[in-house]
Ligand binder design. Structure first.
Ligand code: URA
Length: 205
């Protein structure tokens, strides 16, 4: 069923936000996930990094970007002198959405309704952190932040305006880089990702 849009803001006390997200039943994704994966990082962070949703390992660990995509993010950030621990790292969707294939859990893209529903929490995080700059990793993050669901490729490397007025640098999702076959296209995309992280570090300094 289409999830009803509820666009009023979350109004609890700021320190109650993590518990509220952990207890979320606003959409069915909480039913199968192990736990909600909360954003991580200083509340005064100048840079917010927004991914898509937790993956298999993040769902188990309860922390964002600890799996293979997180390793690409960490390595590239280190390459450009960006300290991930100084950024607030979160996801557009807080629960892992997957299809079970035997023992494997295969990532499934969140629907527009699920993204919209979870934006309630992303908006609340943004109101708390008030980042100077935001880096959107991939199309789902870009959609949640800007409201635009157009293809990512022409937008990558550009700065758009978030719904709350803040600047958002659009970049690739690191899992996309891992899916590209080794070769020139992957090398180019990795270089573009690195350039984006470098720019994000500069613009949030
Ligand atoms: N991919 C994401 O988008 N977020 C994570 O936390 C992990 C993988």
């Amino acid at each position: 069923a289409q999830l009803a849009a509820n666009r009023s803001a979350w109004e609890g006390p700021a320190d109650a936000l993590p518990a509220a997200i952990s207890a979320c039943t606003r959409c069915p994704l909480h039913c199968n996930a192990t736990q909600a994966v909360l954003g991580e990082g200083p509340l005064g962070a100048r840079l917010m990094i927004v991914g898509e949703q937790p993956g298999d390992l993040e769902d188990l660990a309860g922390k964002p970007f600890v799996g293979p995509a997180g390793q690409v993010l960490d390595r590239t950030a280190a390459d450009v002198g960006l300290d991930r621990t100084q950024a607030y790292v979160t996801n557009a969707v807080k629960h892992f959405k997957f299809a079970a294939r035997g023992k494997r859990r295969i990532h499934q893209r969140a629907t527009r309704g699920e993204i919209e529903h979870c934006r309630w929490w992303l908006d609340a995080e943004r109101a708390r952190v008030k980042p100077k700059m935001t880096l959107a990793l991939g199309a789902v993050a870009a959609e949640a932040l800007t409201g635009r669901a157009t293809p990512l490729l022409p937008r990558r490397g550009t700065i758009e305006t978030a719904r709350d007025g803040g600047p958002v640098l659009i970049s690739f999702h690191p899992a996309y880089l891992l899916r590209l076959p080794p070769g020139a296209a992957q090398i180019d995309a990795m270089a573009a990702f690195k350039a984006d992280l470098h720019l994000a570090a500069e613009l949030s300094a």
